[in-house]
Design a protein around this ligand. Structure first.
Ligand SMILES: [Zn+2]
Length: 412
């Protein structure tokens, strides 16, 4: 039996093909660097950043293309259907056949991605002396996150097929509501339940940092009561900070190596930037967009499945769709999230610009914010002169020179 390639599939596959080829092309041939960037970064910094990032981009696009080609072959080459039938015979159908199909596919995709994961997050990080993690600890992380993922996803898959069987025409709406609720719950609980499985978080004790947080939170008129330090140095030498959580779990997290390696006025610029995300409600805005996108994607998925898969009614409780539907859904989500990258990153970059502007007004210290951008980009080996397509497609944060310009404009 062959699954039908309808218009939605053709469009998604074509866009994915064009975007991946452009990404690969500009990764291999990034072009010349705008000479203006030389005022902030040395030629050596620029070329080192490019070499490091080129490896990361090749891993990303190589892994993506391999996985996508495999899924296309599985779904449209008839293999998913054959596997699904075999599992149904083997298990006698029912919910267990859906979960087993999910497990087999999950394992295959994990195995396909393993060499790319190992290269990108272990070998390449050691090669550039970013990683401080022994291989044993890397595997421990890998198995912990894989375990978490497989348990949560298996529950999600069982729930999904139950919903699909229960509401044969409105499952996409019910599914979108469920997933939206999950997104909210996850944003709330992740920082307190999951992040501590991987890192230790402790409230800042340094009186100078506490005083600075206090001063900024008064200026921002924001009761920032949780600034936590994370033991990031057990994995990496890269410095960073982030804002996460929802309602009562909101917090600013600073990497311990940021506090150790960066001057006080630049740490202040980081805290102000994260506080600006907090004040502008960026987590809630991001969630709002996620929920909206979620409904659109479920609606499209509903239409796609309806016209791709011949429905069956042989298994009454778990509904109209056979287990291989899961492979079709994974392929669909892979293609749609890849092609939606530019849109999501566009929103994300705008929020970063906004946070930078608000932060400079809070601190009144544009020079420190500029020095911070230069130091972060140089130490973390960012590509400060990305090809325009790559920036448009994959940059969640604007490159350092653009951020410096925005900071200067905000300070004028
Ligand atoms: Zn930010």
């Amino acid at each position: 039996m062959q699954l039908k390639l309808n218009g939605i599939w053709l469009m998604l596959i074509m866009l994915t093909g064009v975007f991946s080829l452009l990404f690969l092309w500009f990764t291999l041939f990034p072009g010349r660097v705008n000479p203006e960037i030389g005022q902030y970064f040395s030629a050596r910094q620029i070329s080192q950043g490019r070499d490091y990032v080129q490896g990361m981009r090749l891993v990303f696009i190589g892994g993506f293309i391999t996985q996508t080609v495999f899924l296309l072959w599985l779904v449209f080459g008839g293999r998913a259907v054959a596997l699904s039938r075999w599992i149904q015979q083997f298990t006698g159908g029912g919910l267990v056949s859906y979960v087993l199909f999910f497990l087999v596919l999950w394992l295959l995709l994990r195995l396909i991605n393993l060499p790319f994961d190992l290269f990108g997050s272990y070998y390449w990080q050691h090669h550039w002396r970013f990683s401080t993690q022994p291989l044993g600890n890397w595997w421990l992380d890998y198995f912990k996150s894989a375990g978490l993922e497989v348990v949560l996803s298996a529950v999600g898959v069982a729930l999904l097929f139950w919903i699909m069987g229960r509401w044969s025409n409105a499952w996409w709406l019910v599914g979108a509501i469920f997933l939206s609720l999950w997104l909210v719950v996850q944003s709330y609980l992740w920082p307190v339940l999951v992040s501590p499985l991987f890192n230790r978080f402790e409230p800042t004790k340094d009186p100078a940092v506490l005083a600075m947080v206090d001063e900024l939170s008064q200026k921002a008129q924001l009761p920032v009561d949780r600034v936590l330090v994370m033991d990031a140095s057990q994995r990496t030498t890269k410095a960073n900070a982030y804002f996460t959580g929802l309602g009562g779990t909101r917090r600013i997290v600073l990497y311990d190596n940021l506090l150790a390696d960066y001057p006080a006025d630049e740490v202040r610029a980081v805290v102000a930037h994260e506080m600006a995300h907090w004040r502008q409600g960026h987590i809630a805005k991001g969630l709002g967009m996620g929920v909206l996108g979620n409904f659109i994607i479920w609606g499209l998925l509903f239409m796609t499945l309806k016209t791709t898969i011949p429905t069956i009614s042989a298994i009454p409780r778990y509904g109209q769709y056979p287990p291989y539907t899961w492979a079709v859904i994974v392929l669909f989500l892979t293609l749609i999230s890849f092609t939606a990258n530019p849109l999501m990153n566009h929103f994300s970059r705008n929020m970063e610009f906004e946070a930078d502007r608000v932060a400079v007004r809070l601190t009144g210290d544009a020079p420190a914010a500029e020095r911070l951008q230069v130091r972060l980009a140089a130490k973390n080996l960012s590509d400060v002169a990305p090809p325009a397509f790559i920036e448009w497609f994959s940059y969640s944060h604007p490159p350092a020179p653009a951020r410096i310009r925005a900071i200067q404009q905000a300070a004028e």
